[in-house]
Write a protein that binds this ligand. Structure first.
Ligand code: ADP
Length: 405
């Protein structure tokens, strides 16, 4: 007679690629993963058998989903905070909990928390109308960066505003949306003169253990993460340590459970060399390199952390790892391009999300590791493999990668 098998059950709200990439790690650890998917075509639903379709803004749907899992966690930030508070009050383990998650959902709350903790923020204000925006711009200099406090991703919800654009239709539309959306205002920030963007990825479990991976450099193209290098090349060790300290302090003080990415601006000469840009409380694109470049990937770590299991080592397994995103391009047949990418770069680890190709959409990534002294070759190979997938096997990668440098 076989014994009954009991496995912890984690329910992920949202069926995107982050939920999908938790799946192999859950399988290896004997954890059952369930997903509340946006649609039957969600890319996580294609690989996770228990994937009911439901609206993550509907409390009744969330309740029903949470009833059958041990822990609820997330693929995205868009579940209303008030629903999560209700679930918590009803005894559901929501990780990260709403009191932490709100700082990844609401950029004004995040800026307030960073100030409260004495951590380095750009100059910022919450503004309710054009006059307040003008006053801020006159104080810090134009242009300024205007953001919707909630709902933005990949640069949607971020606008560079010059003085003569304060009365423009798009800016007016955002101000007019404030009452209907229930925002506390719009967030406006100085335009930070950063030299590059960094990301400090950490994990915390509810009982308090924390771990940090190496700080990475992330390159955005049109506000979408495009390429990540781990560790960030040439980063002053003191700045790296400061970046890790900031991320760990935020994770601890905000009571995060799970993986958290602190996106940072490197600004030599200002407050320890970095300023906080934003927080994500889930596995993050800047941490995909850990799948092949660290002892414990961010996806495994997130599962461990939300179950309050001991965290895994975050040590790198290579001198350098480059992650190059595959953003939707000319080639719609990713599987058809795979043989050419694999043949050209057998050392590349190809990750495809099972999503239909649309221009600029994140449909996969390539990880490639090597000795630190070979960063240039590793980077070139990762770009070439990703370019073959993006443009098709016939493409000449060197001629088609605009980010080549
Ligand atoms: P999202 O939520 O869409 O990721 P972010 O707040 O991270 O939005 O902004 C997207 C990108 O816009 C950043 O990666 C950065 O390149 C740029 N950006 C954001 N805020 C500022 C700022 N205050 N100064 C300069 N650039 C900024």
């Amino acid at each position: 007679m076989s014994l009954p098998v009991t496995a912890p059950v984690i329910g992920v709200i949202g069926g995107g690629q982050l939920a999908r990439m938790m799946s192999p790690e859950a399988s290896e650890l004997g954890i059952e993963l369930r997903v509340l998917a946006e649609s039957p075509e969600s890319c996580a639903a294609a690989v996770i058998p228990h994937a009911p379709v439901g609206d993550h803004t509907d409390l009744a749907v969330l309740r029903e989903f949470a009833r059958r899992v041990d822990v609820v966690t997330f693929d995205h930030e868009h579940v209303p905070t008030e629903h999560l508070r209700v679930l918590e009050e009803e005894g559901v383990a929501v990780r990260p909990g709403p009191q932490a998650l709100v700082h990844a959902q609401d950029k004004i709350r995040m800026r307030e928390a960073v100030d409260r903790l004495g951590l380095p923020n750009p100059r910022w204000a919450a503004v309710a109308d054009a006059d307040q925006l003008l006053a801020f711009g006159r104080e810090v200099g134009w242009p300024v960066v205007l953001k919707t406090p909630r709902g933005g991703y990949d640069g949607k919800g971020v606008m560079l505003v010059a003085e003569d654009a304060v009365g423009s239709a798009p800016v007016r539309a955002w101000f007019e949306a404030i009452p209907q959306k229930g925002w506390s205002g719009l967030l406006v920030e100085e335009k930070v003169p950063f030299t590059r963007e960094l990301s400090a990825l950490v994990a915390r479990r509810p009982s308090g253990e924390v771990r940090a991976w190496d700080v990475v450099e992330s390159v955005q193209t049109d506000s979408v993460c495009d390429e990540v290098t781990a560790p960030a090349p040439g980063l002053d060790p003191q700045v790296a340590a400061a970046a890790q300290r900031i991320a760990l302090r935020l994770a601890e003080e905000l009571g995060v459970s799970g993986v958290m990415a602190a996106e940072l601006f490197e600004v030599p000469g200002r407050e320890g060399g970095v300023l906080v840009n934003e927080l994500a409380m889930r596995p993050h694109n800047s941490g995909h390199w850990t799948q092949d470049g660290a002892v414990t990937s961010q996806f495994e770590q997130h599962l461990r952390a939300v179950l309050d299991l001991p965290l895994g080592s975050t040590a790198p397994v290579a001198g350098v790892t480059v992650m190059k995103n595959v953003l939707g391009g000319a080639n719609e047949d990713l599987a058809g391009a795979c043989p050419a990418a694999m043949a050209a770069h057998p050392e590349a680890k190809v990750h495809l999300y099972g999503k239909a190709v649309r221009p600029g959409r994140k449909v996969g990534h390539v990880n490639l590791s090597g000795p630190a002294a070979e960063l240039a070759q590793v980077r070139r190979a990762a770009r070439e493999a990703a370019a073959i997938l993006r443009d098709g096997p016939a493409a000449d990668p060197a001629a088609t990668d605009p980010t080549d440098r």
